[in-house]
Ligand binder design. Structure first.
Ligand code: ZN
Length: 130
C-alpha cells in the first residue's frame, strides 16, 4: 500500500511513524517485516529520534552544509544535491513486526526526508508476513 506525503519546504523531515502504524493495522498482519520505501530519487527514508524536533533541524542543517544546493554540479535539472543526499540516507528502511507492533526503540521514529521539495510524494509500505 502507499502513503501520500505532502512536503512544505525544500528540505524537510516528516515523521510518518503513525501512518505506517495505520497501514500495518489495516493489513491485519501481526508478525513479519515492514518495508518502507520512498519511490523517488530526491526523497529518502530514515529512522531517528522523533522525541525532540531540534534533532531534525540539526540533521537538515548539517546535511545541507555538507552537501550544498549549488556546488557547480553538472546535472542540468539543478537538484544534484538532493540525489546525493538520497543515496547517503538510502531510499528505504526495514523494521521487524512482532505481535502487531513495529520493533522500534523508545526514541525511534520513521522519517520521510524531503530533499527537493515542496512536493507531494509517495511512500510504499510493504508488510511481509513470516
Ligand atoms: Zn535530477
Amino acid at each position: 500500500m502507499q502513503i501520500s506525503v505532502k512536503t512544505d519546504n525544500r528540505t524537510q523531515m516528516i515523521d510518518i511513524t503513525s501512518q505506517v502504524r495505520q497501514a500495518i493495522d489495516e493489513s491485519g498482519i501481526k508478525d513479519g517485516l515492514v518495508h518502507i520505501y520512498s519511490m523517488h530519487t530526491t526523497a529518502a527514508i530514515t529512522i531517528n529520534e522523533n522525541a525532540d524536533p531540534t534533532v531534525e533541524i540539526d540533521m537538515l542543517k548539517t546535511i545541507n552544509k555538507v552537501i550544498p544546493f549549488d556546488d557547480h554540479f553538472k546535472h542540468m535539472e539543478g537538484n544534484s544535491a538532493a540525489h546525493i543526499k538520497v543515496s547517503l540516507f538510502g531510499p528505504s528502511e526495514l523494521i521487524p513486526l512482532e505481535k502487531g507492533s513495529m520493533v522500534l526503540g523508545t526514541w525511534q521514529g520513521i522519517f520521510f526526508c524531503e530533499f527537493d521539495g515542496p512536493r507531494t510524494r509517495r511512500v510504499n509500505v510493504k508488510i511481509i508476513p513470516d
